[in-house]
Design a protein around this ligand. Structure first.
Ligand SMILES: Cc1cc2nc3c(=O)[nH]c(=O)nc-3n(C[C@H](O)[C@H](O)[C@H](O)COP(=O)(O)OP(=O)(O)OC[C@H]3O[C@@H](n4cnc5c(N)ncnc54)[C@H](O)[C@@H]3O)c2cc1C
Length: 510
């Protein structure tokens, strides 16, 4: 009889783990609390006139997935994707016009020198980053979690000290002179939460966030919305024979008898397992399986989130004021900073801690989803964008922060010729993310990617060297949600790596 795996949580990680384990011959049951799969890679809709519009309430862009996961799961043959080739545009409040982030390194060097007065070595930065990324990626493929010793033997102590165990500020000071370059590079450090650039290990977030291979390290779009990715993977998994139980919540456990209690629409059922995989947020895993109370959990984990997201719809294609001479320029990523120095960047990211401010403007990243769709289907008449922005505290829901919504729009609309075509917008705050997606403290990565939660620390195993994805000291119970190495995002890497550990352990024991 095939081994029974119960996976709890049908977000990207639960879905990827289910796909690999089912194809390896396991009997897989996937239990999901909500009425649909996808977790934070999902959609909501609204009606306007006679039309229903869909938008991404969680993730928007794809980039951190490994290409082999995209291919091996079967996703690559189901989805149409698009990656803008146009240079990205970056705006600072104290600089005239945009700076273009060209793909060509010679053009980029000239642009950074010209616009930002950069006299450092951007090319050396990229070359060294590529070495770290290549090291990390080989670990992903082999499903091997790295150690500092191994990193040192492959990369040398200098690179490890700078890029892995070091802090982001020292890393950026090493390669760059201009605060503008440093702020541009530092965005990823604070993307998940208010991590200080001086915090040990904060450097490592930079190569981690560039370690996707599905689009060679770039970010792009899934046609008609990223939620099609988790929906397609659910359909693929059902076709493979994964039993997906929707509206079904893990509510209790009897670990001695290897069974968990699942409640579906008021009815309770015990599910027996040989292996139990927790692909939920980490608080749910700790409270149900390990009887942690919230106080104990929060005392051991840093999870504060500070990202806001706004979705906006326009009745006609957005006309950007700043032109780029490239055929797909309407879909180019745009980054608008509200701060002009690295110190101001750091202060804004830290200001929302302890609820000292609801909103401390830092930067916004604009994802032109409608324009990306139109490169595949030019007949689409309306437009939509997502604005991912910093820094918001955990104190309020989006619907109570009308003034913040207006402030973000005002800043955005300075760059748009036809703001009057915007007919709908919605703001989500870290508090909304906590309530909608069960992200404890509203962090999109479900952990702060900070000191003591980086690299080999990003595990809940009591024996990481032998059993990295194991959950505490429980036998045959694993954790592979976004809080596990390497991080969250629509990548499924923790789900893949955990599935391989389970398969390996079973092979070794038989
Ligand atoms: C606003 C926002 C924007 C983002 N933008 C991007 C982006 O553009 N690109 C990107 O790559 N990433 C982005 N992310 C991050 C990314 O969405 C997450 O890191 C990722 O989706 C997490 O996947 P997961 O499978 O680990 O967890 P989740 O998606 O949270 O899935 C966990 C699942 O467990 C279920 N569950 C919880 N408790 C129980 C229970 N008791 N019983 C049964 N099921 C349960 C939940 O319902 C959920 O479906 C964003 C996230 C947010 C919120």
């Amino acid at each position: 009889m095939s081994r029974r795996v119960v996976i709890v949580g049908a977000g990207i990680n639960g879905l990827v783990a289910a796909n690999y384990l089912r194809r390896a011959g396991y009997h897989v049951t996937l239990v999901e609390k909500k009425t649909s799969t996808g977790g934070a890679c999902t959609t909501e809709s609204f009606d306007h006139g006679d039309t229903r519009y869909q938008y991404p309430s969680g993730a928007s862009v794809l980039g951190l997935m490994q290409d082999f996961v995209f291919q091996e799961t079967g996703l690559s043959s189901k989805l149409k994707t698009f990656v803008p080739e146009s240079p990205k545009l970056v705006f600072f409040p104290n600089l005239e016009g945009p700076t273009y982030i060209y793909r060509d390194p010679i053009q980029l060097d000239a642009e950074l020198k010209n616009k930002w007065g950069e006299s450092g070595d951007a090319r050396a930065f990229r070359a060294d980053e590529a070495k770290i990324i290549s090291f990390i990626q080989s670990g992903y493929r082999e499903a091997k979690t790295p150690s500092i010793e191994e990193a040192k033997s492959v990369l040398g102590s200098d690179l490890v000290d700078l890029w892995i165990t070091g802090d982001a500020r020292s890393l950026l000071d090493h390669y760059f002179e201009s605060d503008f370059s440093k702020m541009y590079m530092a965005m990823t450090v604070t993307e998940s939460g208010p991590v200080s650039l001086s915090e040990r290990y904060s450097a490592f977030t930079i190569p981690i966030m560039g370690s996707g291979s599905v689009f060679n390290g770039y970010y792009g779009f899934v046609f008609q919305g990223i939620w099609n990715l988790t929906q397609s993977l659910s359909a693929i998994n059902i076709g493979l024979g994964v039993d997906i139980k929707l509206s079904s919540s893990l509510v209790d456990k009897d670990l001695d008898n290897k069974k968990v209690l699942v409640e579906t629409n008021g009815k309770e059922e015990w599910l027996y397992y040989d292996d139990l995989v927790l692909a939920t947020d980490p608080l749910t895993a700790h409270s149900i399986i390990a009887d942690y109370n919230e106080e104990q959990f929060f005392s051991e984990n840093k999870l504060t989130g500070s990202s806001g997201k706004m979705n906006l719809f326009f009745s006609k294609p957005i006309q950007w004021k700043e032109e780029v001479s490239h055929s797909d320029s309407d879909s180019a990523f745009r980054f608008i900073f509200s701060v002009g120095t690295l110190d101001a960047f750091e202060s804004a990211s830290q200001e929302i801690l302890g609820d000292r401010a609801h909103y401390a403007p830092g930067f916004m990243q604009i994802y032109c989803e409608g324009a990306a769709d139109r490169t595949i289907d030019p007949s689409i008449e309306h437009d939509r964008i997502a604005v991912f922005f910093k820094n918001l505290s955990l104190s309020s829901n989006g619907e109570d922060l009308g003034s913040v919504e207006e402030e973000v729009k005002q800043q955005l609309f300075k760059h748009i010729k036809n703001p009057e075509d915007c007919f709908w917008s919605k703001l989500s705050t870290p508090k909304d993310l906590k309530e909608t997606f069960y992200f404890p403290s509203g962090n999109v990565d479900q952990t702060m990617l900070a000191n003591e939660q980086m690299y080999f620390d990003r595990t809940f195993s009591s024996n990481p060297s032998e059993n990295f994805y194991g959950f505490l000291d429980h036998e045959n119970i694993y954790y592979c949600g976004a809080a596990a190495y390497p991080c969250g995002s629509i990548a499924g890497t923790p789900g893949y790596m955990c599935s391989q550990q389970i398969i390996r352990q079973q092979k070794n024991s038989s």
